[in-house]
Design a protein around this ligand. Structure first.
Ligand code: PLP
Length: 437
């Protein structure tokens, strides 16, 4: 399979090149040229398959041309050492729990897959010393750092906004040591993302060492997220609830939603996607007006969605560019909602009081968007619970008046000693630091 750039001004790339480079030379995002449709009967058979078997089927369609089959299956098996169960919340509302991985957030899936695929290419090609740069608003950093921890030949730099990630999130990437370096940037997530993008465009930095990105701009990070859409569908299909499916996705950089759209493009029957935004509602505004107006992000309790200029918007536009009126087609396929901080708190309280279920602030946006989209009686609604609520302990405790238990997996991170390097948000300072490494 070849990959083209959304800006259409860079040469086509192989999977290996797209994964190692991250961003195309024209600053566009890589897109797979043509993906095999999965046949209806294959999707129908998934209800009797395990998560790994389903993921292998999807991975073959996506990466089968470029990676040997047994290696691909091994990468999938190593990635999915945990389950992503669908739980029934009430009426026709279901929750896809994506937080059972090592860092308790959905990004574990993409991060672990990418680490293993990159390690395979590095090993096969004898490439040495790849540097992974990743900007995080909280959850990406921990998933990527833990996914890449101890992988030979790869150094990871996590750029995060000072004071804007929760203490539990922070310790998940600042206490690891080994091949992981945390850079504490005096700025916002957008500043961190801008630094990473600028680094890819900087000749000197690229000459100094091989650079790649583990943000959802990287094809190997976001595409594997389509696995659990198929698995969720299979679980609902098994109980006869998958026919008229609405899926609500708490959205920031739009990688997760884009992965869902790819699953749909590959043949997964989804009636409508719902994009749930917090106060950073650039995509919601686009759906309302047709105008895409990026603006600086603001801090909210759902901090992994605090994104003012979502990278994967370019991929969504590109996916729909085959239609005569892309905007109308996007609106037909995706509806949108946005929630203020107090809406998030009331959704969390109401679900806790009525159903005894603890939502995290991101999942709360997804839940409320689904309920407000009001799935009809014959439809099923699924929202993605993207992180474990204990990752946001302070917020969740304050809103619900509880003392949520911290799972053992998280507890282990809290024991370590924080190590990070403070840097300003100016590119010159960052570059200077990097070139001295
Ligand atoms: C990253 C993240 C999101 C947003 O996902 P995108 O792919 O960036 O849209 C939502 N919730 C949580 C918990 C996250 O970590």
């Amino acid at each position: 399979m070849k990959y083209y750039s959304t800006n259409k001004d860079a040469p086509m790339a192989s999977l290996k090149r797209a994964v190692i480079k991250g961003l195309a030379g024209d600053k566009g995002l890589y897109m797979p040229e043509n993906i095999d449709l999965l046949k209806d009967f294959v999707i129908g058979e998934m209800k009797d398959m395990s998560f790994r078997e389903i993921a292998c089927t999807v991975a073959e369609a996506l990466f089968g041309d470029d990676v040997d089959m047994d290696i691909l299956h091994q990468i999938v098996a190593d990635t999915l050492s945990f389950d992503t169960p669908v739980v029934h919340l009430h009426d026709n509302i279901y929750c896809l729990e994506l937080f059972h991985g090592p860092t308790l957030a959905f990004k574990d899936v993409g991060a672990r897959f990418m680490a293993r695929l990159l390690a395979y290419f590095i090993d096969k090609e004898g490439v040495k010393d790849v540097n992974v740069l990743v900007a995080t608003s909280g959850d990406t950093g921990s998933a990527v750092a833990n996914g890449f921890l101890g992988v030979d030949g790869i150094r990871v730099y996590v750029l995060y906004p000072k004071g804007k990630v929760s203490p539990i999130q922070e310790c998940q990437f600042t206490t690891l040591g080994q091949n992981i370096t945390a850079l504490e940037i005096d700025g916002t997530f957008d500043d961190c993302q801008a630094l990473v993008k600028a680094a890819f465009m900087d000749e000197e930095m690229n000459e100094h060492s091989k650079l790649t990105s583990a943000n959802s701009i990287n094809i190997a990070r976001f595409l594997p997220q389509s696995f659990y859409y198929f698995y969720a569908y299979a679980q609902l299909d098994k109980i006869g609830k998958a026919d008229q499916l609405l899926i609500s996705v708490p959205s920031g950089n739009l990688g997760n939603l884009t992965a869902g759209l790819f699953a749909h493009w590959m043949g997964l029957p989804v009636k409508r996607f719902i994009a749930a935004n917090n106060l950073n509602d650039v995509f919601f505004q686009y759906l309302q007006t047709g105008a895409y107006t990026p603006r600086p992000s603001i801090s909210t309790p759902a901090n992994a969605m605090d994104v003012g200029d979502p990278s994967n918007f370019a991929r969504i536009l590109d996916l729909f560019s085959i239609y005569p009126n892309p905007y109308a087609s996007i609106c037909k396929r995706i509806s949108g909602h946005r929630y203020g901080n107090s809406d998030i708190a009331s959704a969390m309280r109401s679900v806790y009081r009525q159903y005894g279920y603890i939502l995290d602030p991101h999942g709360a946006c997804g839940y409320q968007a689904l309920v407000d989209d009001a799935p009809a009686k014959n439809e099923s609604g699924l929202f993605l619970e993207t992180a474990h609520p204990a990752k946001f302990k302070q917020t969740v405790d304050d809103i619900l008046g509880i003392d949520i238990e911290i799972p053992a997996k998280l507890q282990a991170f809290l024991q370590g000693e924080k190590q990070s390097i403070p840097l300003g948000k100016d590119f010159a300072g960052f570059k200077n630091y990097f070139l001295r490494q």
